[in-house]
Write a protein that binds this ligand. Structure first.
Ligand code: IDP
Ligand code: MG
Length: 161
């Protein structure tokens, strides 16, 4: 249906990226979007949204048994977040590399967390950890689905078919 999803053998994927409340409060929205944009990924969904506790608990359901779960939910509902769908070849794995390790103390400089965060409980950004989680998270945050469009730069970013 969407041409970009079937180009060549390439792993065209979508991932869910969220700028957490600390990233929004600290004025990092533009910087973070810029890193994904400059890489060549395509923005397919974007909203500034403040979510309520049950929604945040659903997003982080896999972590509900962790001791930090309720603090994590408090953090995510403490202010607006920027929810995004990004698309591109291998964007799930590459997106996680752009973000950096979960604990900013271990995130390499040059990554978003490495450059802009210090503590694990204020690590600025979320990114899906697999294609399957991305599918679930996109369905949760964007029930309306992605916006269908293709960048005119597509053929300047990807190898010819
Ligand atoms: P990820 O965001 O890198 O995928 P996850 O293990 O999925 O990391 O954890 C989700 C979020 O929960 C982290 O980004 C971080 O905000 C928070 N978190 C993870 N581990 C801890 C912890 O040990 N203490 C406090 N918060 C944590
Ligand atoms: Mg995770």
């Amino acid at each position: 249906k969407y041409r970009e999803l079937i180009i060549g053998e390439s792993k065209m994927e979508q991932t869910f990226i969220m700028i957490k409340p600390d990233g929004v409060q600290r004025g990092l929205i533009g910087e973070i979007i810029s890193r994904f944009e400059k890489k060549g990924f395509s923005l397919k969904g974007l909203k500034l949204i403040r979510v309520e506790r049950p929604f945040a608990e659903k997003h982080y359901a896999d972590l509900s048994a962790k001791p930090f779960f309720s603090g994590l939910v408090d953090y995510i509902i403490s202010g607006p977040v920027v929810a995004m769908i990004w698309e591109g070849k291998n964007v799930v794995t590459t997106g996680r590399k752009i973000i950096g390790a979960t604990n900013p103390a271990q995130s390499e400089p040059g990554t978003i967390r490495g450059d802009f965060a210090i503590d694990i409980g204020r690590n600025v950004i979320h990114g899906s950890d697999s294609v399957e989680s991305a599918r679930k998270e996109i369905a949760l945050w964007f029930p309306e689905g992605p916006v269908a469009w293709q960048s005119c730069a597509h053929s300047w970013i990807y190898d010819p078919e």
